[in-house]
Write a protein that binds this ligand. Structure first.
Ligand SMILES: *[C@@H]1O[C@H](CO)[C@@H](O)[C@H](O)[C@H]1NC(C)=O
Ligand SMILES: *[C@@H]1O[C@H](CO)[C@@H](O)[C@H](O)[C@H]1NC(C)=O
Ligand SMILES: *[C@@H]1O[C@H](CO)[C@@H](O)[C@H](O)[C@H]1NC(C)=O
Ligand SMILES: *[C@@H]1O[C@H](CO)[C@@H](O)[C@H](O)[C@H]1NC(C)=O
Ligand SMILES: *[C@@H]1O[C@H](CO)[C@@H](O)[C@H](O)[C@H]1NC(C)=O
Length: 379
């Protein structure tokens, strides 16, 4: 899915979201293990009674309003919201900034039960054929309490379109005895999987500005996550290397880790080559299962730090991926230490397709930015 298009002009940077996998530990010292310890005190920044979590006032007022890309190329959005009292209207009214012409789109409404829980009325409405790089206002809750929001569409596609992504990885509830796997996820989060000819919302791809994003989900035992993505790795890693996927973002382990460019594709179970090797066509793997959760942190790392591990830290945070042009992207990770956004780890990512050179890595000092002027371009 998506891989067949790897030679088109927009293949500037490929991202993958997939469930975690880890590699066999190796008795060689790796990069940095951060010894940062989170303040045990609760944050005063965004407590549960903070107004951002408040149920909006008014009869049947739309809540939990969120948007997702709604088509393959970034000219569509899916708007989702929940009404608590009755289904209410499925209509979204929207208009471009400064435009007097208001358009309407009709969505759908769903409810689901999960054990003894019954959801509110979940609405999803897809709006298509928007203009790129344009601010739109929209209203939901038409007929009862109407609430207005806005979004800005991404720029058009192209390998040199700068674009910044904010990254948090969220865990979905697994298949703990329910009849339908990922039931809450599939009802609450609608994604444009049909636009990439996928048959299920767990597997699809989209393009956004200079990025080609492939989303892959995997099942989880929900008990512990180390190595649980191993079968997935065996299936997909040769493709990641062959098609020069730049970076794979994975979730679920409640910590942060960034790998070197390594692959394990030489290993065929009997040849003993189970140690990951440095491989300049391989993606950087970033585990960022650390958006915050109720289970607490994963604090036990493999010791000593394997050589494929460039940086790791047992704390919550979020990532920023800044695509500059077809060759360069800057990734940074910020731990959520309450009110301060500290950049704890960062690295330049050189595109594997457009820029086949070795990255200046490993960075033994994470505050040390690579000297770009020392890079030589391959023609
Ligand atoms: C945590 O809170 C307690 C009580 O307010 C305070 O005495 C302590 O210094 C705090 N710890 C840190 C690390 O800020
Ligand atoms: C809309 O109007 C505001 C204020 O007049 C202006 O700053 C903005 O550029 C306009 N936007 C568009 C898309 O024309
Ligand atoms: C659902 O079940 C849980 C566990 O059995 C119980 O604690 C909770 O109160 C129940 N909720 C409702 C709405 O019945
Ligand atoms: C909510 O809107 C519906 C029509 O969409 C209307 O029939 C109903 O009376 C409204 N309820 C209230 C309390 O305004
Ligand atoms: C791409 O971006 C990098 C980092 O900002 C910059 O150093 C480089 O000159 C850019 N390449 C081109 C061709 O503009």
């Amino acid at each position: 899915m998506g891989f067949e298009k790897h030679r088109d002009a927009y293949h500037a940077l490929v991202l993958c979201l997939l469930a975690v996998w880890s590699l066999a530990p190796e008795p060689v010292d790796g990069g940095i293990t951060s010894n940062w310890v989170r303040d045990a005190n609760l944050s005063a920044d965004m407590p549960l009674w903070s107004d951002v979590f408040r149920v909006p006032p008014g009869y049947n007022a739309p809540q939990q309003v969120h948007i997702t890309q709604g088509d393959y190329v970034g000219k569509g959005v899916i708007i989702s919201w929940i009404t608590p009292d009755e289904p209410g209207s499925n209509t979204v009214v929207y208009w471009a900034e400064n435009s007097t012409v208001k358009s309407r789109a009709e969505g759908i409404v769903l409810t689901y039960t999960y054990y003894n829980y019954t959801s509110g009325y979940i609405h999803h409405c897809t709006i298509e054929r928007l203009e790129y790089d344009t601010k739109y206002y929209y209203e939901v809750g038409i007929g009862n309490t109407t609430r207005a929001f806005w979004f800005i569409t991404p720029p058009g596609l192209g390998p040199d379109i700068p674009y910044n992504f904010g990254l948090i990885v969220m865990n979905m509830l697994g298949d703990q005895g329910e009849d339908k796997p990922f039931k809450p996820y599939t009802y609450r989060f609608h994604v444009p999987y049909g636009a990439s000819w996928s048959t299920a919302p767990f597997w699809y791809s989209i393009k956004r500005a200079s990025a080609h994003i492939i989303v892959m989900a995997s099942y989880s035992s929900y008990v512990k996550h180390y190595m649980e993505g191993e079968t997935m790795r065996v299936m997909y890693e040769p493709w990641f290397v062959e098609y020069k996927v730049d970076v794979v973002f994975a979730g679920h382990v409640h910590a942060y880790e960034r790998s070197e460019r390594i692959s394990n594709i030489a290993y065929n179970i009997v040849n003993g080559e189970c140690t990951p090797r440095s491989d300049e066509s391989a993606p950087v793997y970033i585990t960022i299962g650390d958006g915050g959760n109720l289970e607490g942190l994963a604090t036990e790392f493999t010791e000593p730090q394997p050589s494929y591990s460039a940086f790791r830290e047992a704390s919550f945070g979020h990532g920023m991926l800044e695509i500059k042009n077809r060759t360069h992207a800057f990734f940074s990770w910020h731990r959520n230490e309450d009110e301060i956004a500290v950049e704890a780890d960062s690295a330049w990512l050189l595109n594997r397709y457009w820029h086949s050179l070795k990255e200046p890595s490993p960075y033994k000092d994470c505050s040390l930015k690579p000297d770009l002027s020392s890079l030589v371009y391959n023609s």
